[in-house]
Design a protein around this ligand. Structure first.
Ligand code: HSE
Length: 311
């Protein structure tokens, strides 16, 4: 593509995210301040290669980032070889938007490298191809959160339309995430969902979603916690995360204001306005009591993907 490749190096960060945020299946998202993926894209190369650090041994053409970056390049008639180094802060398959962070970072970096102005909806569309490659489903809740930051809502999928309440307009709360040592692919976690959901469960979720958005606008953290329930996906998925009820009970007893599955799992999260360390410990111990190792961390809502360096 020669003349169009105006940048030889672009470095981008893209955050982890919590999809669904309780009741908003495939609709709500929350970007986290930490962890983040760092994507370094180099254009002056002869062969396309994507390496991950640490090395997760994902073949380049099976990497979500490849699908997202290639979609941006092809759409703009700029298919060229590239090298991408992805330093993974977000462990793949954990349920906190690992493929979304890589996809959004890759799409954004490619758009910057070929100096094409793309609308957020176009970056989201390209990034959704990364999600499709990783999980078989082009859901856009994680990628929207990873791109825009803050609390995000998908208000239409076709055409894509999304909005975000940025972190500075959100109330102050901690997000305590527990990552149990359980392998659960999003593909599997979606496959257990029925095609039809009982009407009364849908009605419950409509109430929860509406109240959640109001609680966020009102900066009412206790009601946000209260709305972290789900009658649509969680009932079918809970059994895939052994000890879910025990961990939830432990988190709430330790002072959490609410608790839910993060995206398709296996990660779970709690929100709190204080006592994050005790809640994290309680969640870890509850997983351990069921025989599962677990890591936890405390973070808060954060910004979306950012371009850090252009060369
Ligand atoms: N909304 C998606 C799901 C997120 O729950 O399957 C997957 O990370």
């Amino acid at each position: 593509m020669g003349e169009r490749c105006l940048r030889s190096f672009v470095k981008v960060s893209a955050p982890a995210s919590i999809a669904n945020f309780g009741p908003g299946f495939d609709t709500f998202g929350l970007a986290l301040e930490e962890p983040k993926d760092i994507i370094e894209l180099t254009m002056d190369v002869y062969e396309t290669e994507i390496e991950t650090v640490p090395d997760y041994s994902i073949p380049t053409k099976k990497n979500a980032a490849y699908a997202a970056a290639s979609a941006v390049a092809w759409r703009n008639k700029a298919a060229v070889p590239f090298h991408m180094k992805i330093t993974k802060g977000v462990r793949p398959g954990s349920g906190i938007g690992s493929s979304a962070a890589s996809s959004v970072g890759a799409a954004l970096a490619m758009a910057e490298a070929i100096e094409i102005k793309m609308k957020p909806e176009e970056i989201i569309q390209a990034s959704s191809l990364g999600e499709k490659m990783a999980s078989g489903s082009a859901h856009i809740d994680n990628v929207t959160a990873a791109l825009l930051g803050g609390f995000t809502v998908v208000n239409s999928r076709n055409p894509i339309s999304v909005f975000s309440i940025p972190p500075e307009d959100l109330p102050q709360f901690s997000v305590i995430v527990a990552l149990p040592d359980i392998v659960l692919e999003t593909r599997k976690s979606r496959s257990v969902l029925p095609k039809e959901i009982p009407l009364e469960d849908v009605v419950e979720n409509l109430s929860l979603c509406s109240t959640m958005v109001h609680a966020i606008m009102q900066k009412d953290v206790s009601r946000i916690g209260n709305c972290l329930k789900d009658h649509v996906a969680l009932p079918y998925r809970k059994s895939l995360v052994p000890g879910y009820d025990r961990v939830q009970k432990a988190a709430l007893e330790a002072g959490a204001l609410g608790f839910s599955l993060s995206g398709a799992g296996p990660a779970v999260f709690a929100v709190a306005d204080s006592g994050g360390k005790e809640i994290a410990k309680a969640m870890e111990n509850a997983f351990k009591a069921g025989g599962f190792k677990c890591q936890s961390f405390i973070t808060r809502p954060g910004r979306g993907a950012e371009i850090l360096e252009v060369g």
